[in-house]
Design a protein. Sequence first.
Length: 582
Amino acid sequence: MVTEHRRSLSKSRHRGAFALFAVLTVLTAVFSGAGPAQATTDCAGHRSLNLPAHQDDDLLFMNPDIQKDMDAGRCVLTVFFTGGDAGRDTSYWQGREAGSHAAYAQMAGVPDQWERRTETINGQALVFDELAGRPDIALIFLRLPDGGRGTGFPATGNESLQQLWTGAIPTIHSLDGATSFTKTSLNNTLVTIMHNYQPDVIRTLDYVGQYGDTDHSDHHTSAYFSLAAHKQYFSGPHQVFANMAYPSQNQSVNLSLSVEDRDRKLATFMAYAVHDDYVCQTTEACLAGNYAPWFSRRYSTASETGGRQNATMVGTITASSQNTSTNQQAAKAADDVVSGSPTDSTKEWATTGGKAGSWIHVAWPTQHTIDTLVLYDRPNVNDQVTGGTIYFSDGAPVSVTALPNNGSAMVVKFAPHRVSSLRFTINTVSSTTANVGLAEMQAYTANVATQAFVSVSSESTGSQQLGVKAVDGYASGTPAAPTREWATVGGKTGSWLKLDWKSPRTMTRVVLYDRPNTNDQITGATLTFDNGDTVAVPALTNNGAATTVTFPEHTTSSLVLTVTSVSTTTANVGLAEIQVEP
């Protein structure tokens, strides 16, 4: 049963109206409120966001993970990109939505009763359904047309997500005619959902695979959009998982399901299947037919950590050796793509005959405080790092044990090191290793500024010198990289930048980088915490080098930098970067 009412979720992102960022959105409030007995009473740090293309992708390719989330009392939001219409009529795609309702109610163990409302997110009126018996579980239906093989269907004007992503069409229209998206507006809608909902786990489909393989074009495109939005979601630490879809049927069985677990997963799918005449309709048919492989397999093609600044992305990468002839250079270990052979060998670093003693090095022009290194081995089964050491420019080394041999993440945490470089040296390798290397290396900073909402007194939008550029990880600006800095529009004394966090952050140091041109200079400023305490800031170095301000430990939900004096030559005051550290 679905009942309808209407309310707005919209929230201004205008950076001048910074007071709005301290207000929890309606969606966050819905998922933070007390639910029934089996649901967690506080969703903070316990939110999962699932981003499938069609109404059965989550059940076939993401489960049993979603089921386990519900069992653990986590809050769950699933956003379906398409209506999965396959070019058929309205009753078919509406039936698929009813199937999702039935499946999620089945997983939650409550009646199939939902409250429907329209939520306005990033200016788009979206269908938002909340499970009555578990209000911490909800579904959003974007209702975009199924793209089939990427060329769409005549019934929906041959529109497809793939064509939107590649630029073949400028706009895509929802099946119900209520919304339309450009590539940019769809991306911004997803980013808004992430920032408002604050998930710590994001699941999507395969963003490593490419069009033309054996997977559905909508699977890849929804994953490409999800990955792009994840890269702009800075408000909290989170993990994103890319799940293999159709091609997983060719992989080995990797779910050790008991009969009880298998029957539960099947029961969930069968609750959906009643509403979709394209899929198997009995448990016997599902276990004997084309759908059978997906009930015993669940594969991730990639996994990334987000919500924190990955400093390797702004460093210079060198290595003991690299295979340039196969496009497996050292820089591919910092290309923001966790992949490698056999999926895509051009996305990994491979040495040329390197084994024990091989190394990879990252250097930065300015210092970063690093507290986590995430290492991904080359995903082929032969080449494996079985031991290594992290060396810092400032202190004691850290030992690393064997990396997982399937290319998944090895997370190494350590006491913060403020460094200008680090090196990972490979000490031991497997007996089958021919060319050791890495799929990816991520060095995460203790800088919590990247997790904040940024608002400013003014910003130069035409030149892309926005407030958020002060927390983009690049301590650079005019003349070398003007789009990497924040610049006001005629701002001088009285200009300000504010950082707002969803929850309090503890800090003892702020590192400020002035705009590196010789004219615009902050010669005095004040830092203000949410309890009213202030710290004086001296004149910033006028060449863009770091100015470090230390103070007694403060735990605060906001921090405001207010400019109190500028040089006589200043025309547009601003910052190249601000770092806030424990």
